[in-house]
Each structure stands twice: as structure tokens, then as C-alpha cells.
Design a protein around this ligand. Structure first.
Ligand code: ZN
Length: 181
């Protein structure tokens, strides 16, 4: 119930099937929480509004307004920036079967991290996340090297490491000194 923001990297089916349940649960518990603010859902412009609408349709929101939790939808396109008092997001595109966003999160406390969502190896991501101290990069292929990796829309662990290295997310001096210990 403390969740204020939900950030989707893209709208493939395995990334949002819990959304109707989340909206339903929030609505049910809303009675116990005075002044609960609407959930804000951030994601790629093309699919986000449809997915949120379909989630509410699944709950038959028009017939049962009692279960309808109306979230705020924040559709973003690559290059867009989102700002609120507690944090900001910058976005760049990914290489995937449908529109996805890679996010760079920052806040007034100096937290700075990147989150790619599903993507094939995409060197612009390293430039976008330059000097980011912490990156969450997908590596669905694991240790496998896949033919037509770009068409697969996913990365290997080596691809993820290459992005981290090119973004200089890894402090190699620190890493090497730890390895020697
Ligand atoms: Zn996907």
C-alpha cells in the first residue's frame, strides 16, 4: 500500500499480469487508508494506456465501481524526462520486439542507477548510463552466445558486462583489489 509509483520497462505479457490484482488490492484496502493517493504507472507511451485500461476492464470497473482504483498513467517516449519532488527519470530506447524504455533514476539524495528492462545489446545504453554507479541489465541468454542476438531482443551476461564496462559503472581498481583479498 506504500507503493506510489509503478515503472514498467515495456508491456510484454510477462511484465504486467499482476496489474489487475494490484489495482484490485489497492482499491479494497483504500478504505483503511485515508488520503491514499492514486498509484502512478509509468511506462512506454504506445502500450501503457491500453494495458491499464484492459486491467480495469478485467475487473469490470464499469459494473463494479467499488473495485475500480483509477491510477494516474504517465506515458513516456524515449528521450522523455519525468520529474516529481522525490525523484526523476530519464529514458532511452531499447532493442526489443516492442517499444521499451531504459530508465536512469536519480533523486535529490544522489541516488543514481539504471534499469534496462528487456533489450538486446545496444551500445547507446552505455552512453546513456555513463558513470552510473549501479546498473540492472537484463541477461536472459545467460552464458550462451546466441546467433541473431539482436533479433532475439535479449542480452547475454557478457553483453550486460560490456555495457557496465563501457558505462564505467564498475570501479575496476576496487574490483581488482577485492579479488586479490
Ligand atoms: Zn519483453
Amino acid at each position: 500500500m506504500d507503493l506510489e509509483y509503478l515503472i514498467l520497462p515495456h508491456c510484454h505479457h510477462d511484465h504486467y499480469p499482476g496489474l489487475p490484482q494490484l489495482l484490485f488490492y489497492r482499491r479494497m484496502r483504500q478504505r483503511d487508508r485515508d488520503g491514499l493517493r492514486p498509484l502512478k504507472i509509468i511506462g512506454p507511451a504506445k502500450d501503457l494506456e491500453r494495458v491499464v485500461k484492459l486491467s480495469r476492464d478485467l475487473l469490470l470497473a464499469d459494473r463494479f465501481p467499488d473495485v475500480d482504483h483509477v491510477p494516474e498513467v504517465v506515458p513516456l517516449s524515449p528521450g522523455d524526462r519525468f520529474e516529481c519532488p522525490t525523484f526523476h527519470l530519464e529514458t532511452c530506447n531499447t532493442i526489443h520486439a516492442l517499444r521499451g524504455l531504459c530508465y536512469r533514476y536519480g533523486d535529490p539524495g544522489g541516488t543514481d542507477f539504471g534499469f534496462t528492462g528487456d533489450t538486446a545489446y545496444h551500445p547507446p545504453i552505455a552512453r546513456f548510463l555513463k558513470d552510473c554507479p549501479f546498473i540492472v541489465h537484463e541477461a536472459a541468454h545467460g552464458l550462451r552466445q546466441v546467433e541473431n542476438a539482436r533479433e532475439s531482443g535479449h542480452s547475454s551476461a557478457e553483453d550486460a558486462a560490456r555495457i557496465a564496462k563501457d558505462a564505467q559503472a564498475i570501479d575496476w581498481a576496487w574490483f581488482t583489489s577485492k579479488k586479490r583479498m
